[in-house]
Design a protein. Structure first.
Length: 380
């Protein structure tokens, strides 16, 4: 059987990972500044993470959600404490799209409405009910027979209010920093207006922290830079450091009813063990502090490259913007300089999403490689 061919692949076959280094089948070492779309939060094969998973595997790998599973409660307690969101309730699932799908569904249950407002260039996943559209022309793309999505620009309070006051909007879903869409973010003023308007018009505010969450921006959640309190927060990616796990943090005012949500794999023992290890390591190794200091170092060092127009994003969720398509540059960085970076829907952007354990020396390696690559491509 062949694989269903949906991913354009670079010709690199990783066989080993350790912290920020990936080794391929030819023994070549790569610096990982991308972490598989911001998934690797505490570094590849962190010893404490591996030990926790192995220990769990020795005991019980899986049972369904029909019996007691105290490891879920341990995860929820630790997550509440470290994130400062102790007054939310946690529903566990297995991916970002699933988290968003459940969040949209919960919003509909809560207020009996179905239309969704999202923002231009948003990316919230690839299932039918999650908002999967990055093309602005697909405004009002039907998600299923009932749900429609309206895409708005950031920072246009009047346009937002105009939609919400129509009375049929169930939820607004927003990334604190856009990932796939290219690192744009709404202003703090807009986030405050959004929070207020959602309250006024009985609309559920969903913060998609699937990519920006888990300490990557220097606070546990990206929205915490704006001092707002969403009704629902969705998480995945960095939560399991590569083990598939996602979650929905649900405000106390939305009541749980038996059977309203459900999943076979969500909250399984192995994924919770991975999630607990990640939280323990982020706390013990002060990785949020590291994200802030390495980000500051990165932003300082990148100033030595005049071709860089702008550095977008926050913490270790960054986009380096040039005035040309970076595809050739990115290819050169991977295949010749052995550094993984990421792309965005904005073709001029190189995305930098390293493990939160990254050190200054790795940034130095990247800056040197970037200068060499620009010279070799005769962009300087
Ligand atoms: N939300 C955001 C902000 C994302 O960046 C992504 C994936 O890139 C998703 C949701 C979907 O997550 P998953 O691929 O785990 O379904």
């Amino acid at each position: 059987m062949n694989l269903f061919n949906v991913y354009p692949l670079y010709d690199v076959t990783p066989v080993k990972g350790l912290d920020c280094i990936i080794t391929d089948d030819k023994g070549i070492e790569y610096l990982d500044l991308y972490g598989g779309h911001a998934v690797i939060s505490v570094g590849h094969t962190h010893p404490e993470y591996v030990a926790k998973l192995k220990d769990q595997l020795d005991h019980l790998a899986f049972y369904s959600n029909a019996i007691q599973n105290p490891i879920q409660e341990e995860l929820a307690t630790k997550l509440g404490k470290l994130s400062g969101c102790e007054d939310y309730n946690l529903f566990l699932c297995s991916s970002g799209a699933e988290a968003n799908e459940n969040a949209l569904k919960l919003a509909s249950f809560a207020n009996g409405k179905s239309r969704i407002v999202a923002f231009n260039n948003a990316f919230h996943g690839r299932t039918s009910a999650a908002v999967a559209v990055t093309d602005n022309e697909k405004i009002n793309a039907p998600l299923n027979k009932q749900q429609k999505v309206t895409f708005l620009p950031f920072d246009d309070v009047a346009a937002l209010e105009n939609e919400l006051k129509k009375g049929d909007v169930s939820s607004v879903i927003i990334e604190s920093i856009q990932g796939v869409g290219g690192l744009d973010q709404a202003s703090t003023t807009f986030f405050h207006a959004l929070e207020q308007l959602c309250k006024t018009y009985d609309v559920v505010l969903i913060l998609d922290e699937v990519q920006a969450g888990y300490g990557r921006t220097g606070k546990f959640f990206g929205f915490q830079h704006h001092n707002i309190k969403p009704d629902i927060i969705t998480i995945a990616k960095g939560m399991g450091n590569g083990f598939p796990i996602g979650g929905v943090l649900i405000g106390n005012h939305i009541a749980a009813v038996y059977g309203m949500l459900g999943t076979t794999f969500g909250g399984n023992h192995l994924s919770c063990a991975a999630g607990i290890a990640v939280l323990d390591i982020i706390e013990k190794e002060k990785l949020m502090e590291n994200a802030i200091s390495i980000s500051a170092y990165f932003q300082e060092q990148i100033k030595s490259i005049p071709e860089v127009i702008k550095v977008k994003g926050r913490g270790l969720m960054l986009g380096v913007e040039f005035d040309f398509d970076v595809s050739a540059l990115r290819k050169k960085l991977i295949l010749e300089k052995h550094i993984f970076t990421g792309s965005a829907s904005n073709k001029n952007l190189l995305r930098i999403l390293p493990p939160l354990t990254i050190k200054k020396e790795a940034i130095d390696t990247f800056i040197t490689a970037l200068k060499e690559s620009l010279a070799e491509l005769q962009i300087i």
